[in-house]
Design a protein around this ligand. Structure first.
Ligand code: MSP
Length: 494
């Protein structure tokens, strides 16, 4: 039997600064899906990586007196290490400086050229020499560079153009026929609206080396390098063997999900599908664009410096608490405001009081009331006179796996699991097992503990994609014959 495959990607991140919580968010969300589908038996390929060419990177390197390659060799591993720290299960890590990627970009150029989708043209604009930036007439301030106020020159240069515009109607039609192509709906509407109200122009996809040499050479004109987005998007196919592994490529392409935030939706929902169509390749199944993490209403970004460092978060609260907060606090798709207050509220509430407490008190009760023997395998009976619809349903019907993860409703998914955990904690107070024990009702004590253990095992399974090591720790404590009491999972923070 052929296994279902699931190919998921994150953006490849720019290496001109260290990773922050925004990058961590996308990558963790993708990781949750990768882990979820692996658990479901899919053949998963999960790709992330770094975007290393272009002027911004070249400049960042120059400032440190390094060559661009020395610079990117220094920063790219920081991303790789961060993903390890965050327990991210990526199968591959692509760098746009990898030989396999360079070969794929050049092959892509050749294909488009052969299909007459590329032409030579002239690019003109107001150029600020010191800033190395092109501006449109309308952007100039008093005829000067809007960034630095210095004089600008009008220059014209030869460049290669990709015939984006001729595919506009096709793309609009495709979107109309495939309303799930962009998720969530708001972003889909935005893309459709943009295409309905604007005329696409052809895309200038090369830069002369006289201006920029940190890029992938155009294979049929070595005096030009590839425009960064035209280079970067191709990573999604270069990583899975576009040039050198046909079997792998045929297995995994098209991607199931390209995950990102809303800032780069146009490149992914307009440029990329048209590039693929022009090259005669299949389109990804879905472009998923979530919202932004903000600090006091302002988007977090490296240029503003208002960023939260994921490593600091992990050192202070642990990996799983961080992963939990990101996936629980904001409905996926919308923006989120980060604050230490809301983080610590969730930490002390959901994690320490609810899950941590249930694990710890159950382990202790097993040790005290039934000589540490974990009650399991016997049919559970719902105790009469106890009012807890959520828990009763769980006992009577068994735990049902939710499909909210596959619908990308991570926060609702977690809320459901926490409803059950909350009900189990309340159940302990309702049943008062310490009284049952005193009254010698040992069968009822065992049945009670059996129910709580079943809830814990089910919860551990359910949270595994989001909190993999917590899930493991719970399973370790409750899966054998005898309880292994562990350290508190989430000691309260003050
Ligand atoms: N290199 C391009 C992507 C090329 S993909 C073919 C790029 N890089 S980036 O480093 O700027 O990363 C942008 C992505 O980082 C966003 O789409 C999102 O995934 C993540 N985020 C960066 N800041 C973010 C927030 N403040 N909030 C949420 N996600 C953010 O664009």
């Amino acid at each position: 039997m052929m296994k279902n495959k699931f190919y998921i990607t994150t953006p490849i991140y720019y290496v001109n600064a260290n990773p922050h919580i925004g990058h961590a968010y996308t990558t963790i969300a993708a990781d949750c899906l990768a882990r979820f589908y692996r658990e479901q038996g899919h053949d998963v390929y999960f790709l992330t990586g770094t975007d290393e060419h272009g002027q911004k990177i070249q400049k960042a390197a120059e400032q440190l007196n390094l060559s661009p390659k020395e610079f990117t060799d220094c920063i790219s591993p920081k991303f790789k290490e961060l993903w390890q720290t965050l327990n991210v299960s990526n199968d591959d890590f692509i760098r746009t400086t990898d030989a396999r990627h360079i070969a794929a970009v050049q092959k892509f150029w050749e294909i488009l050229k052969a299909k007459d989708e590329i032409y030579e043209g002239e690019y003109g604009g107001w150029y600020c020499v010191p800033d190395e930036m092109f501006w449109m007439e309308s952007q100039l301030v008093d005829g000067k560079c809007p960034d630095c106020g210095r004089a600008v020159d009008f220059i014209k240069e030869k460049n290669y153009f990709f015939k984006l515009s001729k595919h506009q109607d096709w793309l609009l039609q495709y979107l109309k026929e495939n309303p799930d192509f962009v998720f969530p709906q708001t972003r889909y509407n935005e893309v459709v609206g943009f295409l309905e109200n604007n005329k696409l122009t052809d895309l200038c996809v090369s830069r002369p080396k006289s201006r920029l040499n940190w890029g992938i050479e155009v294979p049929f004109d070595r005096e030009h390098v590839t425009y960064v987005w035209f280079d970067a998007l191709i990573n999604y196919i270069s990583a899975i063997g576009f040039v050198d592994d046909k079997a792998k490529f045929d297995t995994f392409w098209p991607a199931d999900i390209h995950m990102m935030a809303k800032d780069i939706i146009r490149q992914h929902a307009i440029y990329w599908p048209i590039m693929l169509k022009a090259a005669g390749l299949a389109l990804p199944k879905q472009i998923v664009a979530h919202g932004w993490w903000k600090m006091g209403e302002i988007k977090m970004s490296k240029s503003l410096g208002n960023v939260v460092d994921p490593i600091e978060m992990v050192e202070k609260y642990g990996v799983d608490a961080f992963r939990y907060f990101l996936m629980r606090d904001v409905p996926f798709g919308g923006d989120g405001n980060f604050s230490t207050d809301s983080f610590e509220k969730r930490f002390n509430g959901d994690l320490a009081n609810d899950l941590g407490n249930l694990v710890h008190r159950t382990a202790n009760m097993i040790s005290k009331y039934v000589d540490g023997k974990i009650p399991q395998g016997t049919a559970l009976i719902w105790p009469e006179g106890i009012d807890s619809p959520i828990l009763e349903k769980f006992v009577v019907q068994g735990g049902q796996a939710s499909d909210l993860i596959s619908k990308l409703a991570f926060n609702l998914y977690l809320a459901e699991v926490w409803d059950l955990i909350g009900a189990a904690n309340k159940f302990v107070e309702q049943i008062k097992p310490w009284n049952l024990k005193k009254e010698g009702k040992q069968d009822e004590v065992i049945n009670f503990l059996g129910i709580v253990v079943a809830v814990l095992k089910f919860s551990a399974q359910a949270i595994a994609p989001i909190m993999p090591s917590t899930a493991e720790k719970i399973k370790e404590q409750f899966s054998g014959d005898v309880i292994k009491i562990g350290e508190p999972l989430f000691p309260r923070v003050e």
